[in-house]
Design a protein around this ligand. Structure first.
Ligand code: PEP
Ligand code: MN
Length: 269
């Protein structure tokens, strides 16, 4: 069981180097950016996010939404897609930050791989085995987001599948799970239950880095700071946070986006 994970642990090998030249210290790795690329503003945003202290920039060019989006707003339809990737290339060059962005399907790896320094697997693709197998053959790191239903075996099994292909650069992202928190009727944008306990549980079983996502896990911006602190306090190796210059007007996930000053506060503890 979990043989690749165990052998990494035995070698005391912490996976993940973000690119071949730089090995980042995953002890407190900070990823931030808006939910999605919304337009040319992404270039300025990337520079500002760097100034807030981020180690990597996140933004989805492809945004699988819970319900299909039928109408296009200024080219945005579940993301700016190809155009979004082109803009991310510029954002990367201008900010100097590595890019974390979602790849939804094995057929998109080449295209997304032209800009991604870290491939994000979205929660909806957590058990897309074709995608996991294909990413196992890449030498670009993978941030695997836990499916909202994922058990510990399913998480470790998904990680194993990537490691089995030869890609040892895998981090797990916990982003909240299905559940019915009793405060939800008061905070209607909350969709998931924070899965903090999974951090020490996984730490007991593996040395794969754990990145916590307090934005999706809480769904409400005022909870992002306290849940970030809690995640770090119980062993998370880093955070991935949705931040936006004008949070309420984010195209996707506005209720959970925080502004820059809150981001700086979170990063500085
Ligand atoms: C995201 O990171 O913006 C995202 C779509 O997250 P998830 O796949 O966890 O829903
Ligand atoms: Mn989002």
């Amino acid at each position: 069981m979990n043989s690749y994970i165990n052998s990494l642990k035995e070698q005391n090998k912490l996976s993940i180097s973000i690119d071949k030249n730089k090995t980042f210290n995953w002890k407190y790795f900070k990823i931030a950016g808006p939910c999605s690329v919304e337009g040319e503003s992404i270039i300025e945003i990337a520079k500002e996010i760097k100034n807030c202290g981020a180690d990597a920039f996140r933004a989805g060019a492809y945004k699988p939404c819970t319900f299909p989006i039928r109408t296009e707003t200024n080219g945005w339809k579940e993301g700016l897609r190809k155009e979004g990737l082109e803009l991310l290339k510029v954002a990367k060059k201008e900010s100097g930050l590595p890019i974390v962005t979602e790849v939804m399907d094995a057929s998109m790896i080449e295209q997304v791989g032209e800009v991604a320094d870290v491939f994000q697997i979205g929660t909806r693709n957590f058990q897309n085995y074709t995608l996991l197998d294909a990413l196992g053959k890449q030498d670009i790191p993978v941030l695997l987001k836990r499916g909202t239903w994922g058990t510990v075996d399913e998480i470790l099994g998904a990680v194993e599948r990537i490691l089995a292909g030869g890609n040892e650069n895998v981090a797990i992202c916990l982003r909240g799970v299905v559940g019915m928190p009793s405060y939800r009727h008061v905070f209607p944008t909350i969709r998931w239950a924070p899965d903090l306990m999974m951090i020490p549980a996984l730490k007991e079983l593996t040395n794969i880095p754990i990145i916590y996502d307090p934005s999706h896990a809480t769904g409400y911006r005022n909870f992002v700071t306290p849940v970030s602190k809690a995640a770090l306090a119980i062993g998370a190796d880093g955070l991935i946070i949705e931040a936006h210059p004008d949070p309420d007007n984010s195209i996707s996930d506005p209720a959970q986006a925080i502004n820059y000053s809150t981001l700086v506060e979170v990063f500085n503890g």
